[in-house]
Design a protein around this ligand. Structure first.
Ligand code: CP
Ligand code: NVA
Length: 301
């Protein structure tokens, strides 16, 4: 693997499957401590439940110690440049896990850090989430070539990471996204041109989820876009995952959401809490997959 894990595009096909296999083995081998004596600085510019807790617990389970730093304390890119932060933090720690507003900050951290930098979400991508999602799809016996994954909602960081994965493993990705909310154009074009997967933007959610094996949604208003919330609720009202929409998917469809969910907006209670929902497996798998990522990058396992 490369020094850092900033995007799914940092991985090749073999590395994706090696990470899934290492995740399987770390789940059973609880005495493996590749982070023993190591510390990981966690710099978070945005709120977090799953990412923070799963990284902290994962670091502890691998024998290391995480140091959580809020942006109020660090002032990444404001009090000090990302380069200066990276240089100093690298002298004290064995890795940096960072959640940032601007993806450029991650690139700057990675360029100057002498230790691995892991993307814990940026405005552009959320690679740890999508690796956990892939693991979850495999856990539910849905991972096969051209599995149909229908994403309904905003073309955000989650979609960009799905697109990056679609360049590596063959899936059928249908995106039900309203006009004006498409994913990053460079990432989208690259994924289409890779010709590994079938990728379609289908404006009508019912057509997009037709015979889907997986239906995925995420918030209409990502962190940092809060000032657009009212307009987004109006623009996205037809893009809700609910039981009527799910009737168009396969009978045993699984429903996914990276969480946090906004019940009654992008997803209804019945869809989120229903028997097809695997959202809590997705959350749990953040721990397992990130342990594998850290064991590889920091523990050199
Ligand atoms: N899914 C996810 O990244 O959740 P948090 O924002 O709570 O970390
Ligand atoms: N798209 C969401 C993901 C949260 C885990 C956001 O960026 O806020």
């Amino acid at each position: 693997m490369t020094k850092d894990f900033l995007s799914i595009a940092d991985l090749n096909r073999d590395e994706v499957f090696e990470l899934l296999a290492l995740t399987d083995s770390l789940k059973v081998q609880k005495d493996v401590k590749p982070l023993s004596g190591k510390t990981v600085a966690m710099i978070f510019q945005k709120p977090s439940l799953r990412t923070r807790v799963s990284f902290e617990v994962g670091i502890i389970q691998l024998g290391g110690q995480g140091i959580f730093l809020t942006d109020e304390g660090v002032g990444l890119g404001v009090r000090e440049s990302a380069a200066d932060v990276a240089n100093v933090v690298s002298r004290f720690n064995d890795a940096i896990v960072a959640r940032v507003f601007s993806h450029q900050l991650l690139l700057d951290l990675a360029k100057h850090a002498t230790v691995p930098v892991i993307n814990a979400l940026s405005d552009l991508s959320h690679p740890c989430q999508i690796m956990a999602d892939l693991y979850t799809i495999r856990q539910h016996n849905k991972l096969r070539d051209h599995v149909k994954i229908a994403y309904v909602g905003d073309g955000n960081n989650i979609v960009n990471s799905w697109l990056e994965l679609s360049s590596i493993i063959p899936i059928h990705l249908t995106l039900a996204i309203p006009f004006g909310y498409e994913p990053n154009k460079i990432i989208f074009d690259k994924a289409v041109n890779a010709k590994v997967s079938k990728i379609e933007i289908i404006r009508d959610p019912k057509n997009a989820v037709n015979k889907a094996d997986v239906v995925y949604t995420d918030t209409w208003t990502s962190m940092g876009k809060e000032q657009e919330k009212t307009k987004r609720i109006y623009d996205f009202w037809e893009y809700q995952v609910n039981s009527s929409l799910l009737r168009h998917a396969t009978k045993d469809v699984i429903v996914m959401h990276c969480l946090p969910a906004h019940r009654g907006e992008e997803i209804t209670d019945e869809a989120l809490d229903g028997k097809q929902s695997v959202v809590n497996d997705q959350a749990e798998n953040r721990l397992h997959i990130q342990k594998a990522i850290m064991a590889k990058l920091i523990g050199k396992l």
